[in-house]
Design a protein around this ligand. Structure first.
Ligand SMILES: [Zn+2]
Length: 251
């Protein structure tokens, strides 16, 4: 049943597996596949929650999903930046080289770290080495989650693509828009943002730098409907839902 999505082959760039320490929401592999089938999602990018579970174990479970559903599940690694350089880089190598994960996640709230911290340099360096994007949680959990804090890394690592997940989470969305306006390597993923701000994003930076993410499975039809309720052409919808994520994450 695909009542909410008339664009087939869409890609959801923000899915979590496991139990969130913040919301308490638990998501299973079966629930992810069921939601994808129900709403016409071709592929999902899956990462651990900010969680008390073992992150390497969750990464392993995401890898297993990607093996069970080839082309439908891609992994993203969310590794604690407070780990030592060696520990961080070794888990990143497992995820990217062995598991084929397509991005690194920085969660300033979940990881309790400012993107300006020296501890985050290894994330940007690894992304630069492996030529993969960094997905950054923005909006809730300030000051660390302020979208403008990513301008510094974006300017210093121009070859790295930075995805501002939640695009400032409604309240700080203008800040995300400005960051993206002045940094061409910043992409906006507007989960939880109001529809009129999605229009503002598109008018400011164009459809080529916008992608869709659900964050919660129950929010997937809502995010799909948001893009389909703001008067976009089917070509623009396909650009946002399919072509942009394929290009940005090299799927
Ligand atoms: Zn999330």
């Amino acid at each position: 049943m695909t009542i909410y999505n008339h664009i087939q082959g869409a890609i959801d760039t923000h899915v979590h597996l496991g139990v969130s320490r913040f919301s308490g929401v638990a998501t299973t592999p079966d629930a992810i596949i069921q939601a994808m089938d129900r709403f016409g999602i071709q592929s999902s990018l899956v990462m651990p929650q900010p969680t008390l579970e073992s992150i390497p174990e969750v990464h392993k479970a995401i890898y297993a999903m990607s093996q069970n559903y080839p082309g439908r599940i891609y992994g993203m690694a969310s590794i604690d930046p407070w780990l030592s350089e060696e520990e961080y880089r070794s888990e990143a190598a497992v995820c990217i080289e062995d598991y084929g994960f397509v991005a690194l996640k920085l969660h300033p709230l979940g990881h309790n770290i400012s993107p300006l911290s020296a501890g985050c340099e290894k994330i940007y360096e690894e992304a630069s080495t492996y030529r993969i994007p960094v997905l950054v949680h923005t909006g809730i959990g300030n000051p660390f989650s302020l979208p403008s804090l990513m301008i510094d890394a974006a300017k210093r690592f121009p070859a790295v693509t930075f995805v501002l997940a939640h695009a400032g989470f409604a309240v700080y969305t203008d800040e995300a828009v400005i960051a993206a306006k002045y940094c061409e390597n910043i992409i906006l993923e507007p989960s939880w943002c109001p529809t009129y701000t999605v229009v503002k994003m598109i008018n400011t930076i164009g459809v080529e730098r916008i992608i869709m993410g659900s964050d919660h499975l129950s929010n997937l039809p809502v995010e799909l409907m948001k893009f389909q309720s703001i008067g976009l052409s089917d070509a623009d919808l396909e650009q946002i839902l399919i072509h942009n994520p394929k290009k940005i994450f090299n799927l």
